[in-house]
Ligand binder design. Sequence first.
Ligand code: LRH
Ligand code: MN
Ligand code: MN
Length: 394
Amino acid sequence: MTTTFDSIAGQLDGQAIELPSWAFGNSGTRFKVFSTPGTPRTIQEKLTDAAQVHRLTGLAPKVALHIPWDKVDDYSALREFAAGVGVELGTVNSNTFQDDDYKFGSLTHTDAVVRQKAIDHHFECIDVMNATGSSDLKIWLADGTNYPGQGDIRGRQDRLAESLQAIYDRLGDEQRLVLEYKFFEPAFYHTDVPDWGTSYAHVTALGEKAFVCLDTGHHAPGTNIEFIVAQLLRLGKLGSFDFNSRFYADDDLIVGAADPFQLFRIMYEVVRGGGYGPATESGTSPVAFMLDQCHNVEDKIPGQIRSVLNVQEMTARALLVDRIALDAAQATGDVLGANAILMDAFYTDVRGPLAAWRESRGLPADPMAAYAASGYQAQIAAERVGGTQSSWGA
Ligand code: LRH
Ligand code: MN
Ligand code: MN
């Protein structure tokens, strides 16, 4: 291995991973949602918890909002509140999946009145972005059907394109639309944006401010996600990640927990494809790295700390790949040599050097231990009594 940690340490500065507000609320499965003492009751308490993650890791300066879960009367005041606790407001996620009117679709619905209601919701999200200073509007649709013949698949695509265009036209010059795909759930026969190709087709038709959002849990088992990353970067259309990990379907477990090697391979393609680091002069849009996770049985704040540290560790390992040696091995058909170069980087334990990297930047060497020792968990458990704990979907 000729690439040393010291030579890549500077590239770890400025890494930013956006936290989802909903990860701090209670979540669960359709069987049971467990509650935890100290769980936030308001978006302000969620932001305060998210700020702990950033304070201890230096990795999480922004928090993504979900509307209407995080609805408030005054978003400018919320922006100021966030700044006061040490974070910024990030991506605004729309929600057209919890309203009876959308039972048969939202942006794809056959009824123009329902479609307009869904479009208006996105206009409201753009108003929120204008007040919060957020640059990205993230759209994920639950639209789809359960039975063959239930809907006109083709007609739904046409209506989707039209609805997306109306939303896109409302964006400001510095704002972006990212369209997230998911292969199934809640619809089980067909989904209207099931894969990266469909998302790519729509965002390409929309224009240069529209991109694909890749949620790592939204693929069929066995899908080569790093190939999709490479392809979207090549096409200039990878807008953002929703990071999480999964053993089965859309499990939303801690990123890097189920398959650290997959996270490494994804981060390697991000680095290889120019998706990591500041925007280039040629105008390559930066990729937004977000978590989209739930913490059903573990404590939420340490769950988020563990997550951003996992992303940082795999980013460091990806940066450690000796690209010159790898190029040479690939060019000469040295199959096992090329594989060994990649695996050398993957197997490099970067935890010690990262602890030193943190200390040199005034951060705790071990953010998990620092959080446990801080007493914050006991403090919020004691303080946050009364009121209703927030939960995913409320
Ligand atoms: C859908 C999804 C999408 C939603 C979030 C709560 O499965 O990944 O990003 O907004 O979960
Ligand atoms: Mn997602
Ligand atoms: Mn999901």
